[in-house]
Design a protein around this ligand. Structure first.
Ligand code: UDP
Length: 486
């Protein structure tokens, strides 16, 4: 029993920053729960190096890091390529496929732990796109739990569409997705490029489908979500998987690096102090915050329209600007991508603060002046916005973001969708109109704000313990721990 109580968990993240940091945040959360575990995160050498330097400046956390040997050049990738950042789609497929070579080293690691500790680890926890980890765990007689850093609704929609390709079975623009109620319709425009083209035999399908299928046979799923936030999504995902799904969120990526001065390693365009001072001068709920996450950007004409719309709206805004599609997203920003004199006008009138490259998002969203978030609706951005009671303007660009927006609009009433993908044509007037709707002190704007605030309070309660009564996410974590130990 004592040996079991000090059991070992081995975590295997997908090789992408957006997946590694949330898994680290989950590790921290598990370690904060009452039971004492040892957690080892196993990934490729460069990713371990990043994790080590991120952790060295964060407040202490007892996570062991274990390098799984990997050589990208053996897989037709440039030297030292161990993460999806800045890769072409073809390279990303190569990287995903190459993760199989980590199978043997992972097996050795687990056997080594078993030998040293006299019993095997309690379980593995793997990214939902690394289904092969489930095979390794099962062959060694231990459990595998799958981790999805996205919400339940978005995960189900995205995986079920990949697995079933329902849009190929109909001519009509609207279709039903297995796992959802019959009257719950999805639209062809809610499929981004690869998915629209997918036929089951294309490279993306070949890469994703087997992994998703294996992950679906895990012993349970952990989702970075909250029971009260998406009751429908969670119920549907549980029914579809026929597995326990633990909603232990919100796990915000920044919590992984608690106390760290260099939370992201990315250079910030404007200092935190400057952003806060700028926001301090604004009225409550009066500022539009604009950002498309860490990996996405919009097209050059869209950027021009967005700038025009922001200016026409007359509202104050903070915009994390990145070079448009076709340019290095982390490269230099050129003034010619914005309307003539835009930046100067915004500075002089104090209407707009343009932040290059990287902004202190969580701090901006928790400032009382921030009224709405114009976002690509990556799941972390959604959680960060709603946990601060900030409604959203959705502009989904990739992955499951379109389904996140669908849920935010249709199920929750806390967002409006401005447009979809980098392919759409929009004009400044449309941007202005949507901003007006959401910022309205009456009508729809007011309703959205109230709902967002209500959700924020549910999210807070979910992670709170009051007079012996635990919130839903704390109870889910207890249950997860109990299952791991059983
Ligand atoms: N982020 C940030 N500053 C930026 C852009 C992003 O702090 O300028 C953080 C943001 O707070 C969130 C994460 O990066 O925690 C982005 O995750 P999300 O799931 O929203 O989108 P992704 O980048 O994975 O598309």
């Amino acid at each position: 029993e004592t040996a079991k109580k000090n059991g070992h968990i081995v975590m295997v993240p997908l090789m992408a920053q957006g997946h590694i940091i949330p898994l680290l945040a989950l590790a921290r959360k598990i370690l904060h729960s009452k039971t004492i575990f040892t957690i080892t995160i196993a990934t490729t050498p460069l990713n371990i190096q990043h994790l080590r330097s991120a952790l060295s400046s964060a407040s202490p956390i007892q996570v062991r890091l274990s390098e799984l040997p990997y050589n990208s050049t053996q897989h037709g990738l440039p030297p030292n390529t161990e993460s999806t950042e800045n890769l072409t789609p073809t390279q990303i497929i190569k990287l995903f496929r190459s993760t199989h070579t980590l199978e043997a080293p992972l097996r050795s690691l687990i056997l080594q732990i078993a030998e040293e500790e006299g019993h095997p680890p309690l379980c593995t926890i793997s990214d939902s796109l690394l289904g092969w980890v489930n095979n390794v765990a099962k062959s060694l007689g231990i459990r595998n739990i799958c981790f999805s850093s996205s919400g339940a609704y978005g995960t189900l929609a995205y995986f079920s569409i990949w697995a079933n390709l329902p849009h190929r079975k109909t001519q009509s623009d609207e279709f039903w997705v297995p796992g959802f109620p019959q009257n719950h319709r999805f639209h062809r425009t809610q499929l981004h490029g690869f998915l629209r083209e997918a036929d089951g035999n294309d490279d993306w399908s070949q890469c994703f489908l087997p992994q998703i299928a294996l992950s679906m046979k895990s012993d349970g799923w952990v989702c970075n979500t909250v029971e009260e936030l998406e009751p429908l999504g969670l119920q549907l995902l549980r029914d579809y998987l026929q597995l326990p799904v633990w909603a232990v969120g919100p796990i915000l990526p920044s919590s992984a690096l608690e106390g760290s001065k260099h939370r992201t390693g990315k250079e910030s365009g404007v200092t935190l102090e400057a952003c806060m001072e700028w926001l301090d001068l604004k009225d409550e709920n009066s500022v539009v915050y604009v950002s498309f996450g860490s990996q996405n950007t919009i097209s050059a004409p869209q950027m021009m329209a967005l700038a025009e719309g922001l200016e026409k709206s007359g509202r104050s805004f903070i915009w994390v600007v990145r070079p448009p599609v076709g340019f290095d997203i982390d490269g230099e920003f050129k003034e010619e991508w914005l309307p003539k004199g835009f930046e100067e006008r915004m500075r002089d009138t104090k209407k707009g603060l343009l932040v290059r490259k990287w902004g202190p998002q969580l701090e901006i969203l928790s400032h009382k002046s921030t009224g709405v978030f114009l976002s690509h609706c990556g799941w972390n951005s959604v959680l960060e916005s709603l946990s601060n009671g900030v409604p959203l303007i959705g502009w989904p660009l990739a992955a499951e973001q379109i389904y996140n927006v669908k849920m935010l609009v249709e199920e929750m009433g806390v967002a409006v969708e401005l447009t979809r993908t980098v392919e759409s044509t929009i004009c400044g007037e449309e941007v202005k109109k949507v901003i007006e709707i959401v910022m309205e002190k009456e009508g729809k704007g007011k309703e959205m704000k109230e709902k967002a605030k209500e959700i924020a309070s549910h999210m807070r309660k979910a992670v709170t313990e009051k007079r012996e009564e635990k919130g839903s996410s704390l109870r889910a974590m207890d249950d997860l721990v109990r299952t791991i130990l059983s």
